[in-house]
Design a protein around this ligand. Structure first.
Ligand SMILES: [Cu+2]
Length: 256
């Protein structure tokens, strides 16, 4: 009996831990315009392809039952039917085009975001993430990415060693961090804490490359920024970093 209660207590602690560290997703809690658009685009695509799945599977199941050999059915011998072949080529093609149009628009929106209120440099390392706030003197490694909520944040993503993947599902951000390249992504988050993970198998401790994004209300973020900018914000970084990126990005400005 005692061991049952012990197990129950451990399970409750595990559940609490899982809840606290749960991975947030675009499906259950889309928290940026892009994540919302990804979810609605996938719903739209599913609606378009569903008739094809139902017709194909329905036809297959109907034929298996109706024309089964055990009922003595003689197989037909015809091999071609031009109108049918034209229909099953043209209709799926139209479906692909209908799926493609909103998907292409969304990809374009992801690639060419709005003017940023804050630009952040994201650097992948084996095996942690570094976040630089050019112009503010803030450089955080293996810590949460803190940003203002309801503001356009642009990310310039790179790596110093191997290819990593910066992936925060509920913000609709997934971008490779490639050595020698600077990739762009953007988001505009609701206030909250969002979990992510390196999405590119990058070595032995890949699974430890977790990401936490904290979106604070802008006034609160300004306080955080003032505190960290004053103290230099350099404390945590002990590894080599990519030089010279800061000069590419925007000058600091007030966010409140
Ligand atoms: Cu990784």
């Amino acid at each position: 009996m005692l061991s049952f209660f012990n197990h129950a207590a451990v399970s409750a602690r595990l559940l609490a831990l899982l809840q606290e560290h749960r991975v947030t997703t675009w499906l259950t809690d889309p928290s940026s315009p892009i994540a919302l658009a990804i979810r609605s685009d996938i719903g739209h695509a599913l609606l378009i392809i569903m008739p094809f799945i139902l017709i194909a599977w329905g036809g297959l199941i109907y034929c298996i039952i109706k024309f089964r050999a055990s009922r003595g059915h003689k197989p037909a011998t015809f091999t071609h039917n031009n109108p049918l072949e034209f229909a099953w080529t043209a209709l799926p093609l139209m479906a692909v085009i209908l799926v493609m149009i909103p998907a292409y628009k969304l990809l374009h929106h992801m690639d060419y975001g709005p003017h940023p209120d804050l630009s952040i440099t994201v650097v992948g390392h084996q095996f942690f993430w570094e976040f630089k706030y050019p112009g503010y003197g803030i450089d955080r490694a293996n810590e949460a990415l803190v940003v203002p909520a309801n503001r356009n944040i642009s990310l310039h993503i790179t790596s110093v060693d191997v290819i990593h993947g910066f992936y925060v599902p509920s913000l609709g951000v997934q971008m490779d961090a490639v050595p020698g390249h600077i990739n762009y992504a953007w988001f505009n988050a609701k206030p909250g804490t969002y979990r992510g993970q390196c999405a590119m198998l990058c070595g032995r401790l890949h699974s430890k490359m977790l990401i936490t994004v904290i979106a604070l209300p802008p006034a609160q973020f300004q306080t955080w920024l003032d505190n960290h900018a004053k103290s230099g914000g350099q404390a945590a970084l002990r590894r080599r970093a990519q030089p010279g990126l800061a000069s590419l990005f925007l000058a600091p400005r007030s966010l409140s």
